[in-house]
Design a protein around this ligand. Structure first.
Ligand SMILES: [Zn+2]
Length: 461
């Protein structure tokens, strides 16, 4: 990733366009794979509850048996395997410890299966700022992507529809501060990549013109980026003269004030996707607006009314054998609603992400609003394995402090690379101070926020 990224940062626009279109050609193949997976799984969308429980029970038993046998940490529980014929998987699960990023980060090797192969490595920090590396089976990773794609299918996607993306795609180098084209168009897969990092009043005007010209059927993005773009477009008198099927969002909570502004500007319904960074579970909003869990990727305690819900939610993978996360707290609060029946006809379990996380923007002296996910992106795309927790705080008009909870040696190892990457994401407009700390401010909800804005706090509710 880092090599590709540095080539990318350095290469001229033409090369980046070629690279993006080549990737797009690969995407066409990926869509086919995802569609095949989704077609095969479509029967699970309307299974009666009893059969859903039996399906999850069977998958859980398989993953637990594998963990007892192959994963060092779970070897100590292998005697429980004798009970597979007489007890439910949920019953056995109750006897295993709850885990978390912090718990696993103490000895990650102990959580890797000895017989793992065909793996892919995925890094996440989530919104709590604790970096975490997960090793995934390639098949499990592909399934996760397919399930994320299902939300777009539910939203009425047809082959040939254009999708504009406003997520963390690094398509324009950060050294260009006000690019004339803050986007790249990929023709094979019909994607318009917009640069989340370069949103400002000027680029928003050009993005608005591009959208009116290209008329994508979907606009997807982080809620904060969509809100920033919508705000700028509204100020310039942008109007819609084509129909968007849906605005799609993920990665951050959609606060009601954001939703209202985005709907007003783009004149379309908004559909969310909830996916944990570890690709452990996912849920998509159906056309009725209900979040349906995917069922086949992970089991969340309480989802069928089975096991008591844990806060933050505890989830067990049903598919990833390389590093099977078991009773793993994903850091988010999730409300399951086992009794709720959705008028869309899908029987997939219903959940709602509880919006307890509120994150601020960082606002630079020139008025750029930098979305939290853009900052997270700069943070995790470094090799920072041993930092327990980080927090990025805007302290003054032009001052950001990055707090890292780690030991002296680790701090010294990463301080420079992180500082450079943070300065870039703020377009050299902010002074960035790196601070080593033993504690990170925790909010009332018991979680630390990754991004805080002490300076603009009151103006940025
Ligand atoms: Zn539904």
């Amino acid at each position: 990733m880092s090599l590709a990224k540095s080539v990318y940062d350095a290469s001229p626009r033409l090369l980046r366009i070629l690279y993006t279109n080549a990737y797009g050609a690969g995407n066409v193949l990926r869509f086919r794979k995802w569609n095949r997976i989704l077609d095969r799984l479509s029967y699970t969308e309307t299974l009666p509850r009893r059969e859903q429980i039996a399906l999850v029970d069977k998958k859980l038993k398989a993953i637990l048996a594998h963990a007892f046998d192959q994963v060092p940490f779970y070897g100590q529980f292998s005697a429980l395997a004798q009970d597979f014929d007489t007890r439910s998987a949920f019953d056995i699960l109750r006897e295993l410890p709850i885990t978390s990023k912090e718990f696993i980060n103490r000895d990650p090797e102990a959580f890797l299966a000895r017989n793992r192969r065909n793996v892919t490595i995925s890094r996440t920090s989530g919104t709590t700022g604790t970096p975490f590396t997960i090793v995934m089976d390639k098949d499990a990773f592909l399934l996760g992507d397919a399930l994320w794609w299902r939300r777009t299918r539910w939203a009425g996607y047809r082959r040939g529809d254009w999708i504009a993306r406003l997520v963390g795609d690094p398509i324009v180098p950060l050294k260009e501060t006000n690019p004339s084209k803050p986007w790249i168009i990929s023709y094979p897969d019909r994607r318009i990549y917009l640069s989340t990092f370069h949103l400002n009043p000027d680029t928003a005007v050009r993005i608005g013109e591009l959208l009116r010209r290209r008329r994508p059927r979907f606009l997807m993005g982080y809620p904060s980026s969509l809100e920033i773009l919508s705000g700028y477009l509204k100020d310039t008198g942008f109007t819609m003269d084509w129909n968007l099927k849906n605005v799609l969002f993920s990665s951050e909570p959609m606060h009601p004030h954001r939703e209202a502004l985005i709907k007003e500007v783009f004149q379309a319904e908004i559909r969310g996707l909830y996916g944990s960074g570890e690709k452990l579970i996912s849920a998509a909003q159906c056309p009725e607006g209900t979040y349906h869990l995917s069922l086949v990727d992970g089991f969340i305690e309480g989802q069928f009314g089975i096991m008591d819900p844990v806060e933050p939610a505890a989830v067990t993978t049903l598919v990833n054998t390389s590093m099977p996360l078991i009773r793993y707290q994903i850091g988010d609060m999730i409300q399951t609603s086992p009794e709720q029946v959705c008028p869309c006809g899908r029987t997939l379990p219903v959940m709602s992400p509880v919006v307890t996380k509120h994150e601020d923007w960082i606002i630079t002296p020139s008025g750029r609003r930098i979305a939290p996910s853009a900052v997270v992106w700069a943070f995790i795309h470094q090799d920072i394995a041993d930092i327990h927790k980080g927090q990025v705080v805007q302290e003054d008009a032009d001052l950001v402090r990055v707090y890292l909870n780690t030991d002296e040696a680790t701090f010294n190892r990463y301080r420079e690379v992180l500082q450079t990457s943070m300065e870039k994401v703020f377009f050299q407009e902010m002074r960035v101070e790196m601070v080593r700390t033993d504690r990170i401010e925790v909010t009332k909800a018991g979680k630390s926020r990754f991004i805080m804005n002490r300076y603009h706090g009151s103006r940025n509710p």
